[in-house]
Design a protein around this ligand. Structure first.
Ligand code: XMP
Length: 333
């Protein structure tokens, strides 16, 4: 990642017209940089990589090769949605890799949060590198680096310690040497969204809540099992659906479900029913360094609880985490 400074006089991209001008300028720059060579991109479906993909498809079409790695820790329908938008919608050159077994086998029995993060981060790079080695004639790697990433890495270089080891693609093995294409590296997140909309990406994709690189892996607490992961995915989909329906999705910065590795005794159909608790979390923040709690109206909580306990196999209780950051971090791991 280039540690380039944003020029002080650079205008903030706040309107579709400014976004159009930015897009045109970047298209010209990318074409000049890559010529007729191929460019590789890890497309997670997050806002940043999606905007880079849409921009590069416009600039160089099929010269862009997108690789979407499904690590098995995605939310419900997330990978399908990436394929729908990019392969079917934008006719992208997209390679889909279902690496679920690779990740879940490596993670089996691993309960330490940092070890889980490291395994997921390392394996992600390996899966991506395996795909890259199969391709010929690729000289460039596109990345969804944005300006806060650059500011973050400047801070890290100054020796400020992070609470958690966040993972994003970077540090490819030695044998894979690419020149970087980073068209949105001087933009802030709000600008990336304006550019994304101008590129015609779906609103839900451009305004989606942040989702950590290790995905549901850091929300399925302790050692991940397939059954608890499946329950988490379903419960999370219900929470998101209910937030969409009542308008909270537009108001809350991040909201999700966490499932700890404990069971409690419950009752269902007059029988003992041991199940996991689903923990709901909904926070607001500006920069994720601190966070406040969004009060979810009681009727919404009751509806979500009824749906999760009624529809999701293995969950018998729903809890609501009202801890701000600090002392709780946003994610539980
Ligand atoms: P914490 O839990 O540290 O989270 O309060 C702050 C924000 O960062 C997100 N997060 C991550 N994002 N890779 C990411 O790209 C990661 O490994 C990662 N871990 C946490 C978290 O979802 C929250 O928005």
């Amino acid at each position: 990642m280039a540690n380039e400074k944003r020029p002080e006089n650079m205008e903030r991209i706040t309107t579709p017209a400014l976004a159009e001008a930015f897009i045109e300028a970047e298209i010209a720059k990318v074409r000049a940089q890559v010529g007729n060579k191929k460019v590789l991109l890890a497309l997670s479906g997050g806002v940043d990589s999606s905007v880079v993909a849409a921009l590069l498809i416009k600039a160089i079409g099929k010269q862009l090769i997108c690789v979407h790695v499904n690590h098995g820790l995605m939310r419900k329908n997330e990978s399908e949605n990436v394929i729908e938008v990019f392969k079917n919608g934008l006719n992208a050159n997209l390679i889909y890799v279902d690496a679920t077994d690779r990740f879940l086998n490596l993670l089996a029995g691993v309960s330490d949060p940092e070890s889980k993060r490291k395994i997921i981060g390392k394996e992600f790079i390996e899966v991506f590198a395996d795909e890259a080695r199969k391709l010929e004639g690729v000289e460039f790697l596109a990345q969804g680096t944005i300006y806060p990433d650059i500011l973050e890495s400047i801070k890290a270089a100054e020796g400020k310690k992070a609470v958690k080891s966040h993972h994003n693609v970077g540090g490819l093995p030695e044998d894979l040497k690419f020149s970087l294409v980073e068209p949105i590296k001087l933009l802030f997140k709000d600008e990336v969204r304006v550019v994304g909309e101008a590129l015609g990406l779906p609103h839900a994709m451009v305004y989606r809540q942040p989702f950590p690189g290790p995905g549901l892996g850091v929300r399925c607490l302790g050692a991940i099992t397939r059954d608890r992961l499946a329950a988490l995915r379903e419960a999370d989909a219900i929470l998101r659906d209910e937030f969409d329906k009542c308008g909270l999705a537009e108001k809350v910065w991040q909201y999700f479900v966490v499932i700890p590795d404990i069971k409690s005794v419950g009752v269902k159909d007059d029988s003992r029913y041991e199940g996991w608790p689903a923990i709901l979390r909904a926070v607001n923040t500006k920069d994720a360094m601190t966070a406040t709690i969004e009060p979810i109206p009681y009727d919404v909580l009751a509806r979500i609880t009824a749906r999760i306990t009624g529809e999701v196999e293995g969950i018998n209780r729903v809890l609501y985490d009202i801890t701000p950051k600090p002392t709780g971090t946003i994610e539980w791991e």
